[in-house]
Design a protein around this ligand. Structure first.
Ligand SMILES: NC(=O)c1ccc[n+]([C@@H]2O[C@H](COP(=O)([O-])OP(=O)(O)OC[C@H]3O[C@@H](n4cnc5c(N)ncnc54)[C@H](O)[C@@H]3O)[C@@H](O)[C@H]2O)c1
Length: 319
């Protein structure tokens, strides 16, 4: 039986609860949130004890694994304390808002050798695996990615110091897909706009941004983000190679070759998949099926962090 505890009992944790409580070999032992009522609500629904301090959660419930689903600014020691106790970690993306924090956590994890999975859930689509297979050995020439939509309701999202902005918090999924499918990023150059959301209280992130990436394989990418596009959401990646164009949008993969168009639809629930793989890794000690380690997620964070730096300085930045 794998004993699992939770730090942060908000929106996405509710998705994780759903899948974990359906697994026969998992027991939910405790819930910690700075808003006690959220931990209480989770405990009432799924069982386990209530905490407002993660160290007390770790010491009293002695979990095998912890799901950390706090906002980006709130990675204030829960990973390092878990690593120090040998507790395995599932950590929601993005890994932090500050590079120094992310690097410090990565070092604690490296020393501890615990198993860590970061919630880059798009990697668990069967259609993304298929795209990865198709792209093996090919040279992507041009990539266009986008996360253009509205603004999530959580209060911290619209504050640069709390979320890191849309590129770091949300479009990170798209940057991560580009790395996963097309390889590492050599250089980042970005511009952003502001001014359309002045009526929104405490709004301090960019309205929209365009990030250019030069990839190590020689290809280039343009990734756009917007949170003013309530009316026309567009989320996905298009990859152009000399033989084909692949489009990935949520669970759909479309392959366009000369006169042929082939479509694939995902058959999996990505949140269920990522938890199944993580729990199996905790049980067996084998981490090879985990698709996003902390070290890998840190690289995606560094690309998005470089985009913010480039927006600030007006210069290209190497991540
Ligand atoms: N992978 C995905 O598809 C996906 C989807 C949504 C959110 N997320 C990520 O999950 C994280 C959380 O997002 P959310 O939408 O669930 O936010 P949320 O605000 O709904 O929930 C976060 C919870 O963490 C709690 N919290 C804050 N600081 C804490 C601390 N120090 N100790 C304990 N609890 C603390 C808050 O009180 C809140 O209940 C973010 O990093 C977000 O990017 C991932």
């Amino acid at each position: 039986m794998v004993k699992v505890a939770f730090v942060g009992c908000g929106g996405i944790q509710n998705e994780h609860y759903k899948h974990l409580c359906a697994m026969d070999d998992v027991r939910l032992v405790g819930h910690c949130d700075v808003e006690k009522a959220r931990a209480e609500a989770a405990a009432e629904k799924y069982g386990g004890d209530v905490f407002t301090d993660y160290k007390a959660l770790y010491d009293k419930t002695k979990p095998d694994a912890v799901y950390v689903s706090v906002p980006p600014f709130a990675h204030v020691g829960m990973e390092e304390e878990a690593a120090g106790r040998g507790i395995h970690l599932f950590v929601e993306k993005p890994v932090a808002t500050e590079l120094a924090t992310a690097k410090r956590i990565a070092e604690a994890i490296r020393k501890s050798e615990i198993i860590v999975s970061v919630g880059y859930c798009f990697r668990y689509y069967d259609t993304v695996s298929q795209a990865r297979q198709i792209l093996k050995g090919k040279c992507p020439s041009l990539i266009h990615g986008a996360w253009n939509g509205g603004m999530p309701e959580v209060w911290w999202w619209r504050r640069m110091d709390k979320s890191g902005g849309q590129v770091v918090e949300q479009t990170t999924h798209i940057f991560d897909l580009v790395r996963y499918l097309c390889g590492e990023v050599a250089e980042v150059y970005a511009v952003a706009s502001t001014g359309c959301q002045n009526h929104v209280e405490s709004f301090s992130i960019h309205d929209s941004s365009v990030v250019s990436l030069r990839l190590k394989c020689g290809g280039i990418a343009c990734i756009t983000s917007s949170c003013v596009a309530n009316h026309s959401a567009q989320v996905g990646v298009e990859i152009v190679t000399p033989d084909m164009t692949l489009s990935i949008a949520w669970g759909k993969l479309t392959m366009k070759e000369d006169s042929k168009v082939t479509e694939f639809t995902s058959k999996v629930n990505i949140y269920e998949e990522e938890s199944k793989v993580f729990i199996e890794a905790v049980k067996t000690g084998k981490r090879n099926k985990i698709r996003s380690s902390y070290t890998d997620a840190l690289k995606t964070f560094m690309v998005t962090h470089a985009a913010n730096e480039s927006i600030r300085s007006g210069l290209p930045v190497k991540p």
